[in-house]
Write a protein that binds this ligand. Sequence first.
Ligand SMILES: [Zn+2]
Length: 376
Amino acid sequence: MTVLTDDLVLVDQHCHGVVAGDLDRARFAGLLTESSIPTNFDSMVGLALRRWCAPALGLPAHCSVDDYLERRAEWGWRRVSSRLLGAAGVRSWLLDTGLPVAADLPITEPVEFADIADGAAFEVLRLESVAERVAAADVPVADFLDFVENEIRDGIQAGAVGLKSVVAYRTGLDLPAEPPTDVEVAAAASAWLRWGGKRMDDPILLAWLVHLGARLSAELHVPLQLHTGFGDDDLRLHRADPALLGDFLRATKSTGATIALLHTWPFHRNAGYLAHLFPHVLVDVGLAIPYVGDRAGSVLAELLELAPFGSVCFSSDGFGLPELHHLGATLWRRALGRLIDDWLADDVLTVADAEAFAVNFAAGNCCRAYGLTVPV
Ligand SMILES: [Zn+2]
């Protein structure tokens, strides 16, 4: 790996907390996959775990999974998390706080996460979770829409630096260019609340919510993150192709909103194309990086085929296991280093170009979009 990327300080655009408790083998294996079936570790991410996480816990690289889990049990979740997060070289973490692991597995909130990681943590508000929380509080139907908007504004006022939608999981990314009318939204809200207001999966309400997110993004200068691509088995992958966002992105391109396309794999080339078309689009390949393991360089190179260099951010999408945060950062840094080495060898760019471009990918682009201080 090049010296250039070894020392790069990262800012993680999107991740989640870690489980605040010890995990047995089955639960650990259940969190090292996007499937509902626990992994048998016989995969790229399993290899990456043994290669890159084992040394961080003082074990030889490529040690057995049994030895790894034994060390994990011996150290306990807090020490393991502190070591893996601390060794990731990430200064700031943007945490989506809207995703629970399981009822009996608590997940660290941003303050505790920052303490364990010895870094800074910022909250990103998940729009659907805010709306579902407001619905659960039994607000009058007539006030529901205003309450949701006020709750989001309050969250940003309290320090949240971004908004996030998982509409890809609900009705998909084929969003209308214009928000639904007030009459349509009021009728949809009334019907949804009458049915109990649990999981928001009404297409009109979701279109309203995402457009609200875009409006607040422009007004309050907080990026709106959209889950795209790869995800768990609640997702229908074909509905998560960011190419479906064409009308929505065209409609929001001049409003001042910033739209961050998260994950994007296997549609990262489509996402790169959208970033090429629309200057208000950010892209990352978080989540994919830990899972594709040694193939991270190919994924990053494909994203960069069309994505302008000012649009590319780093994210790990680590969730539950600090191993995923660690692998996201380590593999991404390594992939970028190899890519830059190749480009320098081929005289594609100068060392000064490479340095600027690496720092912007690692932290600069993200910090400018979210109003954070660029780490030095
Ligand atoms: Zn996530």
